[in-house]
Design a protein around this ligand. Structure first.
Ligand SMILES: [Zn+2]
Ligand SMILES: [Zn+2]
Ligand SMILES: [Zn+2]
Length: 146
């Protein structure tokens, strides 16, 4: 079996997949469909026109379907992203609220009222939590700027 190659057909001018490659002993410059309707008599000329019409129409339909499915795939991806953002945002907001409620004071007590070693404050003061809260603040500032 010869390998598949893509050519621009001499006859229909469409890009077509053909068996065999350009440059081999049986040079391929026509697609299989066009090979069938080659010839110069009136019957063939007519047939060529009809078949080219059908080929073009088929190409258009396929291109449209591809565009459609690309669109709906993109829409689904956008929906998933929005949902992820929303749940992430609310998780961040909760974290931020907790952060605002538990602030260590100079004397080691916490703004929530716990005099010593507030366990919640200890959690929110971890580096990665602070980094997340900063990111949330930045995102909010960006939204306000828009
Ligand atoms: Zn062709
Ligand atoms: Zn043709
Ligand atoms: Zn606290």
């Amino acid at each position: 079996m010869r390998p598949l190659t893509v050519i621009t057909c001499e006859c229909c001018r469409l890009r077509q997949q053909v068996r065999g490659s350009i440059g081999d002993e049986r040079r391929v410059d026509m697609c299989a469909m066009c090979f069938e309707h080659r010839g110069a008599d009136n019957g063939m000329t007519q047939r060529r026109r009809t078949e080219h019409d059908a080929m073009l129409r088929e190409r258009l339909v396929r291109a449209e379907q591809l565009t459609q499915s690309a669109y709906s795939e993109r829409d689904r991806a956008r929906q998933r992203m929005l949902a992820a953002f929303q749940s992430r945002d609310s998780a961040f907001s909760i974290l931020k609220t907790v952060n605002d409620l538990h602030e260590f004071r100079r004397d080691g007590s916490c703004s929530c009222g716990v005099k010593r070693d507030c366990k919640t404050a200890a959690v929110v003061y971890r580096g990665w939590v602070q980094a997340m809260i900063r990111r949330l603040d930045d995102a909010e500032a960006e939204q306000r700027d828009e």
